[in-house]
Design a protein around this ligand. Structure first.
Ligand SMILES: CC(C)(COP(=O)(O)OP(=O)(O)OC[C@H]1O[C@@H](n2cnc3c(N)ncnc32)[C@H](O)[C@@H]1OP(=O)(O)O)[C@@H](O)C(=O)NCCC(=O)NCCS
Length: 146
């Protein structure tokens, strides 16, 4: 089985791939390419392939407050789950957050993403907030690593 190839999006194809994974997994909050390019200037974004097949993406929001809190989010498309890709993306994201000086790690899960919530709880996160964004109906859950 080919290893996972993980890179930062840096052209139209890789930005579109990152967008595809995000928008399939978060159907309530579609991001435009423009929004993603803007985020890439503030956040560390990665996109993952097995061979040439798109399997997932990730986001690390660097620490920005006095508590040195970073947010790490791994996303893997449904058909590619349960093979360790989420673990690899998450571990890389965690390492990157620590390199950036993070002392507290948070993640955020759409409450309808049961796989994501189970993954986060198994990785030591606990719920700290639950809220509905304006114009949306499905609650988001913020979690912090205990
Ligand atoms: C969270 C998410 C990234 C996990 O992706 P994934 O690729 O399925 O993750 P993994 O394969 O590493 O782990 C999932 C399960 O597969 C198991 N697994 C991993 N490799 C395996 C293998 N070779 N054979 C059998 N099982 C395996 C893991 O042990 C884990 O089991 P568990 O659910 O009982 O703990 C994915 O569910 C997702 O995109 N969710 C929506 C986005 C989200 O909410 N992200 C926030 C979480 S940071």
């Amino acid at each position: 089985m080919p290893e996972l190839r993980i890179q930062q999006p840096d052209d139209d194809v890789t930005f579109r791939d990152w967008q595809h994974v995000h928008n399939v997994i978060i159907p309530t909050h579609h991001l435009s390419l423009e929004e993603i390019r803007e985020r890439a200037r503030r956040h560390h974004l990665e996109v993952a392939y097995q061979g040439d097949v798109l399997v997932g993406c990730s986001t690390v929001r660097p620490p920005s407050d006095d508590a040195l809190t970073a947010t790490v989010i791994a996303r893997v498309l449904g058909p590619h789950r349960g093979r360790g890709f989420g673990e690899e993306l998450y571990s890389r994201g965690l390492a990157r957050a620590r390199e950036l000086g993070a002392e507290v790690i948070e993640t955020v899960v759409l409450s309808s993403n049961e796989d994501g919530l189970r993954f986060a709880l198994k990785h030591g996160f606990v719920e700290i907030d639950r809220y509905v964004l304006p114009g949306e109906s499905i609650p988001w859950i913020d979690l912090r690593r205990s």
